[in-house]
Write a protein that binds this ligand. Sequence first.
Ligand code: HPA
Length: 302
Amino acid sequence: MTPAKTASSRSHRPAPFHPDEALQVVRRRTTLVPKVALVLGSGVGVLAEGVAWEATLPTEEIPGLPRSTVPGHSGRLLFGRWAGRSVVVAQGRAHLYEGYSAEEVTRVVRLFAALGARSLVLTNAAGGISSRMTPGTLMLVEDQLNLQWQAPGRPGQGSPGDPRAAQGMGPSGPTNPRGLASRPVYSPDLLAKATRAAVNAGVHVERGILGVTLGPSYETPAEVAMLERMGADAVCMSTAAEVAAANEIGLPVACISCVTNWAAGKNPAYTARLKHDDVTTGVAAVAPALRSVIERLILALA
Ligand code: HPA
């Protein structure tokens, strides 16, 4: 049931991350300064196909970036013009359930900021909890319930072996800034622009609260019932740490969740156990709608 491939293909620990060093490696391949950065999650990477990218870099070529071990996550950074605007795209992401720390999975967000990105658009696949979130729905995330209980700014979330982590310091400064003032965490401006993009694209979207679990197992029906009582409209296993990192560095962030399935127990007619393939198939079904929303959103942001 796990989306991770096999234990043997699990990640090795990435090298320590120094944003300047990572930036230099990217700059050897492209001078493009992206206005918008996007993360295309489970299966959503297909959206990047058909764009004529100027430069493509496997994440493993960028020092310090973790690589994804999950099917449907190709693990590449793509640079070029999408909808006529300069963007960088992470095609695939690394997850906490692959054994990476919150600091490690959010390095790509720090790299985006170092590259000059002014907005971050995240995508993911999610299970629908509230009755509005039928499979095939796109949910614009208003806020999150981070049940992973991990965020990049916590002491001890730095790179193991980096002595600065023990002092709450990361390569790019303090990793535990206290009293973050950035609330709400999802940019209201980006949310409004994403809503307008959907209206202009003629795509129905819902707004809701994203519950985020550690994974890799899908939730039990009891866990989904708990999430529902807590106020989650949909559930996924990624994104929360990236949002926290974007907030730490002041990068406005939005997230579009593709609801690919009913979360466990929400559809009594559906008794088969959910598999990662069901999720990627579900994403393929919403991909055209998501593409038209994202392309309009890029235009509004850049
Ligand atoms: N739960 C958690 N993550 C998911 C789900 C789900 O039901 N579907 C797609 N990603």
